[in-house]
Ligand binder design. Sequence first.
Ligand code: HEM
Length: 498
Amino acid sequence: MDISDVIAPAFLYVSLLVILYGILLLSYRILLHPLKAYPGLFLARLSDIHNGYYVMRKSLHLVSRSYHQKYGKVIRHGPNKLLFNTPKALHDIYNNDMVVKSYVYSVFIQTPGVHSLFTVVDKQHHTAKRRIVGQVINDRSMKMFEPSMAGQIDIYLKLLSESSKRPDPKPVNMTQMFEYLACDIVGLLAFGYHLNLQTEATNRFMLQGMYSANHWTNLRMHFFILHQLGLIRIIRRLNGSILVSKANAETTSQDDRIHMSEIWSEGISFFPAGAFSTSGALSALFFYLSQSPSCYKRLATEIRSAFAASHEIRGGPKLADCQYLRACIDEALRIAPPVPGTMWREPAANNSKPLIIDGHYIPPGTQIGVNIYAIHHNPEYFQDPFTFKPERWLSETPEAQRKSMQDAFSAFSVGYRGCAGKAMAYLESSLVVAKTLWYFDFERAPGKLGEVGGGRPGSHNGRSRLDEFQLYDIISGAHDGPFLIFTSRGDSSASERR
Ligand code: HEM
């Protein structure tokens, strides 16, 4: 008997079995699955392929919002996924001991078995890690770290000053400026290392590597199994970390001790978690300020009358009193959340009672979440959601309305897995904005360059608003622009800076 007489029928039988399995699986997902009654895109019932497609296009946040508009507040977003769009669900999911981070976070793990604060699931392990990492980025540590941060902000101001030289001021791409600045700051915080991205080209290649790695990681989270780029090799060259010294000095028990591989893991995760997010918030804020003259004027007036000299601009009560500044930062975080996607969660394995989210029973194994971009643009909680309106956060807006917005605001997520670096993010953003407006005025670059960062009228993919800062969802949102032209506010401020 010829071998092909065996292989051909075997191949046929295996193919038939695969097809049969596929048909049974799809039928189960459509007809018998516990989530079958929930509305949503038909394809989402069958597989995660459509999510993978939009992750590839970096626009899953846009389609998540549009599905909510079409199908309602609770939708089936994948065979095993429920997506909610209410503040009640936000708090029920993210502020709940019966809910843990989804298994999909395992794609972030750099070394098998070694978790960072970001990936760890076990509650006790998380609490211990959060205590240690919290010591590096809490309010108290920020006081110690502020001079290093201010040193990097001074370099940024000097670069702006050079770009503003008359008669030929150069347009500045703020995305690039803030990425370099934020990474230089995080490099110092996490590794005690001067990356010098602001002043030298040598290490800038790492940004592209990190963006690609984030994009692939997002793909793997939603669908594909892909290799990460060799980022760890680059970062491992760095040494002398604040994290290391803090961890060694302040851990008390053997159980709490943080190991070297964990420190690398924490440090690396600080770049996407801490640098890209803060640079995203700042780029968005400058985009909106440059197209909202009344907001620009009110903010500039607040900053220029709150401080008598530039050296007064530092963390403390005076900066905290700049309420319009804080409102502008919050509004930028709302309208262009630096982490625009869905932070997936699942019911904890050891739950002793049924998990209910906003009135819905959640079967074990279901992935649940709230899409941050979608809830931040839900008109039920944020009137005119696509309008940049810092005033909405201030006392001139009725208290009940502010309360409802605060309940729906989740740029930093909420609950015990919410952002550990919030204090740092506010300090860094406040210092950068206040110092920039102290020394400079700015406006959009003329012509096409001035449009970079906005949408394209006529585009059918949710990116048609010229005046909306565009986010490209790769876990943290990638972006470009705005291109701005700076004018120094006079020799006195320049000489003060020297
Ligand atoms: C505007 C700036 C920032 C935004 C919008 C932001 C947003 C977020 C969000 C949404 C989460 C939850 C992620 C999840 O559930 O998967 C998170 C977690 C985290 N962020 Fe931030 N972040 C910012 C700045 C920072 C900074 C500056 C750092 C530190 C250098 C940082 C460190 C962390 C860490 C360590 C976690 C994990 C916390 C945990 O699981 O306990 N973030 N952040």
